[in-house]
Design a protein around this ligand. Structure first.
Ligand code: PLP
Length: 407
């Protein structure tokens, strides 16, 4: 194990500090390291592996399509892209979809689209379009996107940044209303802030924000890269409040945990601003990604994974809340996107996830104080029980624990 880590650390750029485990195999919700030790994956590649490892239908589609046709570029049509785009529009309720590969590219696509809409449709003076964003946001790592991050480390040393972004506090509709000017093109928001530490806004926030946007001719674009496709217990997190936005960004699980596949989906009046040559990407919409993306959506619906996420998420939340430990400050989340906030005076989230690793549970710290639990949506109650028992044991290393729901 040590030599593989050393090789990666010697030749890789030092932009990551992975946990000290070398993974070599995955099946369902389980991962094995190179020495045969088994772990329950409670991270799912930051929500990209909602279907678990080696899902037979996704693997069959990947293999068959890779042998038939993979990447030809958008210079030509393919026989898999149309059905994928149609399915994306069907599930999002949007009119058109623009496929890309990574989540950040989906967000960049949305930014370009709403700005162009601002100039062409709303008649904002050229170069003055503004996008309102939320404090604590995470939309990816491109230089434009980190420019409107409120996280100092994401910005430090990477300027100068693109202007035209105005931050408001997350969860505060009045602040959104006050920030709108005649130059506001759009409001970009995550329904639940994942990287900020699983921050769930007050009930009704998204629905009210949608009304404010509509009343002011401002587009509402939701970033469902992490929260979408069943993660929070509904197909999309905005469905908890019946919100109908103007655009939705998808990514992560859209690639079935096998490929990078993302998309910006929007209403005709919004997406209609793009003309040939305005935007594109060599790999976006490739035949292989489209086939796997379509199958991922079909599996999600056929296997009722959103519903599963709701019931299993409620169960996991209940079990985690039943553990009393002096180091736990809060337990929160929606569906299978759950954060356990630790008291930083007693233990850092990094220390805690390293302890969890020893106990056979893979998780990741976010924001220094939160351990996130987001297993594949196929996880069973027994597997969650196994994980919670290990989490309780790990907490026990930092003080006395009492588990009211212990089996
Ligand atoms: N948007 C949200 C809400 C995310 O959580 C992420 C990644 O964590 C992204 C965008 C960026 O996605 P990617 O890492 O695929 O660029």
């Amino acid at each position: 194990m040590g030599d593989k880590i050393a090789l990666e650390m010697r030749y890789g750029a030092t932009n990551y500090l992975p946990l000290p485990v070398v993974l070599s195999r995955g099946e369902g919700v389980w991962l094995w390291d190179d020495e045969g030790r088994r772990y329950l994956d409670m991270l799912s590649a930051y929500s990209a592996v909602s279907f678990g490892y080696g899902h037979p239908k996704l693997l069959a589609t990947l293999n068959a399509q890779a042998q038939r046709l993979a990447v030809t570029s958008r210079a030509f049509h393919s026989d898999t892209l149309g059905p994928f785009l149609a399915k994306l529009c069907e599930i999002t309720g949007m009119d058109r979809a623009l496929p890309m590969s990574t989540g950040a590219e989906g967000v960049e696509t949305a930014i370009k689209c709403v700005r162009k809409w601002g100039y062409q449709v709303k008649k904002i003076p050229e170069g003055q379009a503004e996008i309102i964003v939320c404090a604590g946001n995470f939309h990816g790592r491109t230089s434009t996107i980190v420019g409107f991050s409120s996280e100092a480390q994401y910005r430090e040393g990477f300027g100068p940044f693109s202007g035209g972004f105005r931050p408001v506090p997350f969860g505060d509709v009045r602040a959104l209303q006050k920030a709108i000017t005649p130059h506001t093109a759009a409001f970009l928001v995550e329904p639940v802030q994942g990287e900020a530490g699983i921050v769930v806004p007050p009930d009704g926030y998204l629905a009210e924000a949608a009304l404010v946007c509509k009343a002011n001719n401002v587009l509402m674009v939701v970033d469902e890269v992490q929260t979408g496709l069943g993660r929070t217990g509904k197909l999309f997190a905005i469905h908890h409040e019946n919100v109908k936005p103007d655009g939705i960004i998808l990514g992560k699980a859209l690639g079935g945990g096998l490929l990078p596949v993302s998309a910006f989906c929007a209403k005709e009046s919004v997406m209609g601003v793009f003309k040939p040559g305005d935007h594109g990407s060599t790999f976006g919409g490739n035949a292989l990604g489209a086939a796997v993306g379509l199958k991922a959506i079909e599996v999600l619906i056929d296997e009722k994974l959103s519903e599963r996420s709701a019931t299993m998420g409620a169960y996991l939340l209940k079990r985690l809340k039943a553990i009393s430990s002096p180091v736990v400050a809060d337990v929160r989340g929606k569906g299978l996107l759950i954060g356990v906030e630790l008291d930083p005076k007693r233990v850092s989230a990094r220390q805690f996830v390293e302890t969890l690793l020893k106990h056979g549970v893979l998780s990741k710290d976010t924001h220094g104080t939160v351990a996130r639990f987001a297993p594949p949506l196929i996880v069973t109650r027994e597997e969650l029980d196994w994980a919670v028992d290990r989490i309780r044991d790990a907490l026990g290393e930092y003080g006395p624990v009492y588990d009211k729901e212990a089996a």
